[in-house]
Design a protein around this ligand. Sequence first.
Ligand SMILES: [Zn+2]
Length: 346
Amino acid sequence: MCKSSRNNRFKLKIINKSALIRLGVIITAFLIISIWGYWTMFWMPKQSYQGQLPPLKPEEIILHKSLQEDLQKLAVEIGSRNNNQYSKLNQAKDFFINSLSQAGYKINQQEYKIDNKSYYNIEAEKKGTTKPEEIIIIGGHYDSAFTSPGANDNGTGAAATLELAKIFANKNTNRTIKFVEFTNEEPPFFWTENMGSLVYAKNLKQQNQKIVAMLSLETMGYFSDQPGSQEYPYPINLIYPNKGNFISFIGNMKSSQLVKKSIGSFRNHVKFPSQGTALPSFIPGVGWSDQWSFWQQGYPGIMVTDTAPYRYQYYHTIDDTINKIDFDKFTRVVNGLVNVISDLAT
Ligand SMILES: [Zn+2]
């Protein structure tokens, strides 16, 4: 072997070795990022409940009746409520003010104007005992889209917010809880500066309030056991079940810990199917409600939902009516949230 060919082999060995090291680094980085991504976005504590649902507990039978009465008021007596049905929007607002006042709350009305018309977010506050400066927000929007009577979107979330406020009126918690009925979540205000929850969240930020968790209760009363009844944006459909019989907890990636904590608490206490995920907020559907407004202010927030248009064919239509609501399952979800909120507020 001549000297130059020995040199070449030596060079080749060095190149091979450094290429292998580089490849190893790339594969390790890829694995670490994949594991971190999976853990952040998809890994959830405990398992989703499967099996027969137990009979309703006595407190759930009472809650069932109250939720039905709320939906009767919002989606049947009042019906479509938004900037085009302005007097109806105000009827819904007054219903929440009266109901929360009767539960013993002093109401804060946050008024703001669009085209000389006043709009209101309605807040009922339960002060915390030992950590009152740490705040949990429980909120749902009470307006409906277009001509929709808005039974599911979002009569359910607004009614759930009201009934949870009533349940917590006589409970002591360490942290403060603010129950908020938001206005103007739907078009034309969706994701604009006139969206009720954005006006509200901006104000909290200006006052330097410490929000440790926000739960957006959004379209949560429709369930189906039919295979194929659940859709997802691609590629989420590769991971989750195709039966729309569960309640979901959805956050952005920054709210991953809040998603895990909330669904873990729900699964600890409730025999009801549940799925959770913390996804990048650009994925369609992830930011489609009031939690988005809190993300804009840097606060952690999640949405509790039946996934709305990914399951509910009557979404934003005139057929979003009270007879589509599964009150039995809706009640189980709301009662389960009592435990979640208690855990978050402790
Ligand atoms: Zn909605």
